[in-house]
Design a protein around this ligand. Sequence first.
Ligand code: GDP
Length: 140
Amino acid sequence: MAIERTFSMIKPDATRRNLTGAITAMLEEAGLRVVASKRVWMSRREAEGFYAVHKERPFFDELCEFMSSGPTVVQVLEGENAIAKNREVMGATNPADAADGTIRKVHARSIGENSVHGSDAPATAAQEIKYWFSDIEVVG
Ligand code: GDP
């Protein structure tokens, strides 16, 4: 299995509840390594740019409002099969559907305030890492 990098965010509902360490520990316990991390309070414009792929979706405004409502921790995670592994430990988008032991099952509040983001494919991982980090900020 190849070593991959993926992009992760700890969303404002989680930073507000002081869950940065608890969530990072769950990622690390799943075998993922944090190779870049910073806390950002994204602007509405940055949220709209990051989530541009969802701009026609009915929840787009709510999503961008939420993501710019407080601090977020943006991270690059590295490990074997990191993209799929991160999606697995995150759990389903809606915490009501998430498997036991996943981050969203344990910590998320709703389908909108669902605590974490993770890239869904290699191309989006590369694009999302580049959106938030320069090459010298990622240290494996
Ligand atoms: P993910 O890959 O599991 O994060 O899910 P998606 O790519 O489908 O959606 C991106 C993000 O949009 C989700 O993580 C949610 O924060 C948000 N989202 C998705 N569906 C809804 C919804 O029905 N209502 C609201 N408010 N937000 C949603």
